[in-house]
Design a protein around this ligand. Structure first.
Ligand SMILES: Nc1ncnc2c1ncn2[C@@H]1O[C@H](COP(=O)(O)OP(=O)(O)O)[C@@H](O)[C@H]1O
Ligand SMILES: [Mg+2]
Length: 397
């Protein structure tokens, strides 16, 4: 007879029966077959062995004095779902057998049994058990994978939502920055417009004062001058408030300023199918300017370019040096500027957009002029527009 090492190859089987002869017989037959056999004369004892050994199979007698087979069967099946149970039943108890199968038994064997038959049927049950457990684990894996996919989906949706929120926030921040800049320049412009006539009034009153000796007139004129001073004071404060805190000019690397301005648009660029090309000459000369103001120029130009390319397009930024000037070209593949609007685009409040402020380009022009720069439309057609900016190149001594 071939000796197999049971622990390595064969399953563990717990046999529970109140008939000691059955236990011995089963031990002998199954032990020879190579199974690891444990026997128990009561369901209680059997349950302890099952809990300790977690066997593949239990051979369980239906008729036992202490705990009936069905109850034991149910307990094993609930507590140890991977342990399969084969029931012993007496002949003539076929209805009970059906009941047992419903209760979770894998098979039933009629007593008295044929030795060879017993072993073969247990082999079968163990094979089926293998397959079923494998199936179950595949199914669990399937469910787990579905769950994982679901989690990914949710994660993705969450990220899309976050990106969309960030995009909206970025968009409104950019628009806000354009409006604030516009407001600053507007109030600065207005202040100058008011100050000039105010100066004239003040001058004329002072002239009148020199030709008056009437104390009542002198009193009135004095009061008018005081009020003029008050208005002047208010305007000065308004100017201070609208002016950027630092007006110091720095040596600015324009390529870096442009990259910063582009950064703000990156969420829009990613989602809006906008392709960006940067053609920068090697280390462009520095410009003397306030970097924040320069950035505002490009923010406004890029905003306009993106407005013209709602369903995607190409934005190209070129930097070069021409005759001692730093030249920047901002080219888009938008719809272009029509001949009749072209003369007005730098006018304050001129806009062809339903919700445009018409202050984007006027602000660009104003800032450019502060730093001795120029802005113009170099080329425009239904294929796109090129804005050309130039500033004096500043070379370090
Ligand atoms: N890149 C461009 N392509 C086509 N038209 C442009 C472009 N940039 C500006 N414009 C035109 O110039 C007008 C004025 O621009 P702007 O001063 O920025 O104000 P807004 O953008 O609020 O309309 C725009 O309404 C548009 O008609
Ligand atoms: Mg604009």
């Amino acid at each position: 007879m071939k000796e197999t090492s049971p622990r390595e190859t064969k399953a563990a089987i717990v046999v529970i029966d109140d008939d000691i002869h059955i236990l011995e017989l089963a031990d002998l037959i199954l032990g020879r077959r190579g199974y690891q056999v444990f026997t128990a004369p009561t369901a209680r004892k059997g349950m302890e062995i099952i809990a300790a050994r977690l066997p593949e199979l239990v051979l369980l007698d239906y008729m036992m004095p202490e705990m009936d087979g069905l109850t034991a069967l149910r307990e094993i099946r609930t507590r140890f779902p991977n342990t399969y149970v084969v029931m012993f039943t007496g002949k003539g108890n076929e209805e009970i057998a059906v009941e047992l199968m419903k209760g979770g038994a894998a098979e039933y064997i009629l007593k008295p049994f044929n030795n060879r038959d017993l072993a073969e049927r247990l082999d079968n049950v163990l094979r089926i058990r293998e397959i079923e457990l494998h199936n179950k684990s595949l199914q669990q894996e399937h469910v787990r994978l579905l769950q994982e996919i679901d989690n990914w989906n949710q994660d993705l949706q969450k990220r899309v939502r976050e990106k969309t929120d960030a995009l909206q926030k970025a968009q409104s921040e950019i628009a806000q920055s354009e409006k604030l800049a516009a407001l600053g320049y507007l109030s600065a412009g207005m202040a100058h417009e008011i100050r000039n006539p105010l100066n004239s009034i003040s001058l004329f009153i002072q002239l009148m004062r020199q030709n008056t000796i009437d104390p009542e007139q002198l009193d009135y004129q004095g009061k008018i001058l005081k009020e003029i001073d008050r208005i002047d004071d208010i305007i000065r404060k308004l100017l201070d408030a609208s002016r950027r805190t630092r007006t110091i000019t720095n040596d600015v690397a324009i390529d870096r300023v442009i990259d910063n301005a582009l950064d703000v648009f990156s969420p829009q660029i990613e989602t809006g199918k906008i392709r960006i090309t940067r053609s920068y000459c090697d280390s462009p000369p520095l410009i003397k300017a306030d970097p924040a103001e320069l950035e505002q120029i490009f923010t406004n130009l890029f905003l306009n370019a993106l407005d013209e390319m709602p369903s995607g397009g190409h934005l190209e930024i070129r930097i070069s040096e021409e005759n001692g000037r730093v030249v920047v070209r901002v080219a888009d593949s938008g719809g272009g500027i029509s001949a009749d609007t072209l003369p007005s685009i730098f006018d304050p409040f001129f806009s062809t957009k339903a919700r445009g402020t018409g202050m984007g380009l006027p602000v660009v022009q104003r800032i450019a002029r502060i730093y001795e720069g120029n802005i113009l439309v170099e080329k425009t057609s239904p294929e796109g527009t090129v804005f050309r900016l130039d500033f004096p190149a500043y070379t370090l001594s």
